[in-house]
Design a protein around this ligand. Structure first.
Ligand code: FAD
Ligand code: SF4
Ligand code: SF4
Ligand code: SF4
Length: 383
C-alpha cells in the first residue's frame, strides 16, 4: 500500500497514524508544512485498516442540530480568556469537576501546537482559546480509547475532521464519550505560523502563548513568560491573521471541507454567534464574544442543559444561527492570491510571499516603519 487517500483531500487528522498496528505510518511535512501520512513499505502488512479508518474515504454519521443557544460564561475571567463566550471552558470544567478527562488543543510549546490530555483543573488554561492553526493529534486517539475502555468520562473538543477521525478510529459509540466540534473555516500550517513568529521574536522557544483574538476583536498577540505581551497587532496589518481570516493560506483540503454544513458529526457544535438578533440586554455588549452552542444529539442536549446554570443564555432559532455563520453552510472560498502566495513561498519564503500578496494597508505600514527608522536616524520622527 503506498497511499491512503488523495493528498489534496487529506485533512491530517492522524486517524490512520493511530490505527496502524505496525507503526508503519509517519506524518511528514511537505515544503509548506502540510503534514501527510507516509507508509513505510517494509513495515506495512497490507491489513487495510488505515483506509477503513480514513474520514476522507468513509463517512461518519451526521446529526441534525436540535436547537441553538447564545451564551457566555458568568465568570468574567473565563469569558475574557476564551475566544467566544467560553462554552468550551464551561464544558471542560463540568467534566473535570465530575472526575472526567478532557482533550483539547494546547498553546505553543517548543514551536509546536499539539493536542493534550488533562485530568486536573490547574492545567485547564493550556487548552483555553482558539489556535488558528493546524494542531496535531499525535497518538491522542489511542489515549482516548484507553480512557474510554477504563470507563472514564471523556470530553474531546476539536475540528469536525478530527472528530470524524476519532469516531472512525474508535469504530463504535461509547456512552462515556462526549464530542464537541468547532465551527471551522480552515487551518494554515504550523510552518507558516512559526515563520510569522520569527518575524517578531528571535528565539521562538521563549514564546509561552500565541493569541488570535481578544474577545470579538481580531488581534495577533505573542506572549512570553505567562501573559507578558511582547507583540500585538491588528488582524488587517498582521500578515498571518489577515491571510487566515481571508482564506489565503489553508491546507488544500479545507476548501472542499465536507463538514462545512448544518449537519454535524459531534454531540455538540460550538462557534461564534455572529448572526445573533437577540434584544436581550445581556447580549447587547458583544465585544467580549458570544458563543453559539448547538446540541446535535440527546446526549449533547442533556449535557448542555446541565451547564446552563453556569452561563447567561438564551435559546434562539436554529435558522438565525445557521444564516449568520457561513461555515455552517459551505466551505471557505480560496482567496484570489492563494496560488501566488504558495508560488512565492516555495521560491522565496514566507516574508516575501506575504509582501507579494499584501494589501495597500500592509504596504503603507511597511513604508511607515522604514520611514520611521530613516527619520530616527536623521533625528526626526515621522508622524
Ligand atoms: C481553526 C479554527 C477556525 C475557526 N473558524 C470559525 C468560524 O469560521 N466560525 C465560527 O463561528 N467559529 C470558528 N472557530 C471557533 C471559534 O474561534 C471558537 O473556538 C469557538 O467559538 C469556541 O470558543 P469558546 O469561547 O467556547 O472556547 P475557547 O476557549 O476559544 O476554546 C476553544 C476550544 O477549541 C479547541 N481548539 C482550539 N484551537 C484548535 C485547533 N486549531 N484545532 C482543534 N481544536 C482547537 C481548544 O482545545 C478549546 O477546547 C474556529 C476555530 C478554529 C480553531
Ligand atoms: S495497511 Fe495496515 S499495516 Fe499498512 S499502513 Fe495501513 S494500517 Fe498500517
Ligand atoms: S486518516 Fe486522516 S491523516 Fe490519514 S489519510 Fe485520511 S485524512 Fe489523511
Ligand atoms: S475546514 Fe474542514 S477540513 Fe479544514 S480543518 Fe476545518 S474541519 Fe478540517
Amino acid at each position: 500500500m503506498n497511499k491512503i487517500c488523495e493528498k489534496k483531500k487529506c485533512t491530517g487528522c492522524f486517524a490512520c497514524f493511530n490505527i496502524c498496528p505496525k507503526n508503519a505510518i509517519k506524518m511528514i511535512e511537505d515544503d509548506f508544512g502540510r503534514i501527510y501520512p507516509i507508509i513505510d513499505e517494509d513495515k506495512c502488512i497490507n491489513c487495510g485498516l488505515c483506509k477503513k479508518t480514513c474520514p476522507q474515504l468513509n463517512d461518519v454519521k451526521y446529526n441534525e442540530p436540535i436547537t441553538a443557544y447564545a451564551l457566555y460564561n458568568k465568570d468574567k475571567k473565563i469569558r475574557n480568556d476564551s475566544t467566544s463566550g467560553g462554552a468550551a471552558t464551561t464544558f471542560y470544567l463540568k467534566v473535570l469537576e465530575s472526575g472526567g478527562i478532557i482533550y483539547g488543543a494546547n498553546n505553543i510549546e517548543n514551536e509546536r501546537f499539539k493536542f493534550i490530555r488533562i485530568t486536573n483543573q490547574s492545567d485547564l488554561y493550556k487548552v483555553k482559546g482558539s489556535k488558528y492553526v493546524h494542531c496535531y493529534i499525535d497518538n491522542m486517539f489511542l489515549k482516548v480509547q484507553e480512557d474510554l475502555k477504563n470507563n472514564n468520562q471523556v470530553l474531546f473538543i476539536g475540528t469536525p475532521c478530527q472528530i470524524a477521525g476519532l469516531k472512525l478510529f474508535l469504530k463504535k459509540e461509547y456512552e462515556n464519550l462526549l464530542t464537541v466540534d468547532l465551527i471551522c473555516h480552515g487551518v494554515p500550517t504550523q510552518k507558516f505560523l512559526n515563520d510569522e513568529l520569527k518575524l517578531h521574536v528571535k528565539d521562538t522557544n521563549l514564546i509561552s502563548s500565541v493569541k488570535f483574538r481578544d474577545g470579538s476583536s481580531k488581534v495577533f498577540i505573542i506572549e512570553k513568560n505567562d501573559n507578558n505581551c511582547i507583540y500585538k497587532e491588528s488582524w488587517d496589518t498582521n500578515y498571518y491573521l489577515y491571510r487566515f481570516l481571508n482564506s489565503m493560506i489553508f491546507r488544500e483540503n479545507c476548501y472542499e471541507c465536507k463538514y462545512a454544513k448544518k449537519q454535524r458529526v459531534s454531540d455538540i457544535t460550538i462557534g461564534d454567534f455572529w448572526g445573533l438578533k437577540s434584544q436581550n440586554k445581556y447580549f447587547k455588549d458583544d465585544k467580549k464574544g458570544i458563543s453559539l452552542v448547538m446540541p446535535n444529539t440527546e446526549k449533547g442536549k442533556y449535557f448542555v442543559e446541565k451547564c446552563l446554570r453556569d452561563v447567561i443564555y438564551e435559546e434562539r432559532p436554529l435558522d438565525e444561527a445557521i444564516n449568520g455563520n457561513s461555515q455552517l453552510q459551505l466551505p471557505a472560498k480560496k482567496h484570489k492570491n492563494y496560488n501566488k502566495f504558495f508560488k512565492y513561498y516555495k521560491k522565496f519564503g514566507y516574508e516575501k510571499a506575504c509582501k507579494k500578496t499584501r494589501t495597500f494597508k500592509q504596504h503603507l505600514k511597511q513604508v511607515k516603519i522604514i520611514s520611521n527608522i530613516y527619520h530616527r536616524i536623521k533625528g526626526r520622527k515621522y508622524e
